[in-house]
Design a protein around this ligand. Sequence first.
Ligand code: ADP
Ligand code: MG
Length: 355
Amino acid sequence: MHTRPTDRMQGRMKRHPAKVCGKLTPAHPTDHLAPPMPSEFELIRRYFNRPCAHTDLSVGDDAALVRPASGIQLAISTDMLIAGTHFFPDTDPCDLGWKALAVNLSDLAAMGAQARWAVLGLALPDVDEPWLSRFADGLFHCADQYGVDLVGGDTTRGPLAIGVTIFGEVPNGSAIRRDGAHPGDEIWISGHPGLAALGLACLQQRITLPTAARTRCIHALQHPEPRLALGLALRGVASAMLDVSDGLIGDLNHILERSGCGAEIDATLLPLAPLLAAGADEPLARRCLLAGGDDYELLFSAPPSMQTTLAALSTQLQLPLTRIGHITEHRGQLLLREVDGRLLPPLVSGYDHFA
Ligand code: ADP
Ligand code: MG
């Protein structure tokens, strides 16, 4: 149905009494999406109400009802994606739907938790059904792949923003936290960290890569694979873990702070090869690997006795696991052992992608 934007806005306005308890009151009381065509509820029914696998009551009531298994802890995490800050507003909505859930699943992976339920908060500037349809396709593709039920959410008018809250299960006491690293533990990273940062640099037209490499790097940025299977397998193996969202060095510092120790990274062990193969020169490859964000790889520590277990796991999951250094007793001190043997503070940190 074609209407002028102003008609659309007014036609769907719903007079909501201002909600005050724990909810943001809309700047204007008519900011919520509303009837007549299609109503907020019709949109939710069309795009976000799908059969659930392990939920007692899902989308459609005031709250969802779930039944955590006995003897487990709930692992809960939330992440927001804001247009213009976390993604380009013209990003393919299918990729966006995938990524909105995937980055949350990555947090559960980093705890060694089993993903179970998600809720979705969506602020939309307007009702764009083709956009919603593709967004939902991407989101449910990810949900189906990782066994997550979407059990509720909230939909409102506003600048494009997506917030997902995720709930997972982990047996009492077996979550892998940031505070368990010990001096002598080795430091490992999964996958190919840095490709996403290269992808971002391509989109920002800071670098030019050969077509195939460019496609691969942008895919890494827009379609991260949450390492849930690895996270689960690392229970009882990793001593501390997190997922790398803001850059390897910056995120490793979080483990060091929480665990009260230091680290030495060995420059000769860094998995630079995929980045060099994609066309990055050595300094760029190193910056992307150490400081690039958005990788959603798992960074973890494990005692040296776990090396064989980790090698077997890498083969089993067909996922590279690279040992890049070790934990030291020097609280808060992160050093990089250069190729020539010198021990230096790394010249890159989180967020500082291409300083
Ligand atoms: P209430 O006004 O009671 O908060 P809503 O009208 O906001 O309920 O939502 C109606 C139902 O639709 C609820 O079950 C809610 O969880 C679900 N819901 C709303 N938006 C979404 C969404 N974007 N994705 C999934 N479920 C949603
Ligand atoms: Mg609501």
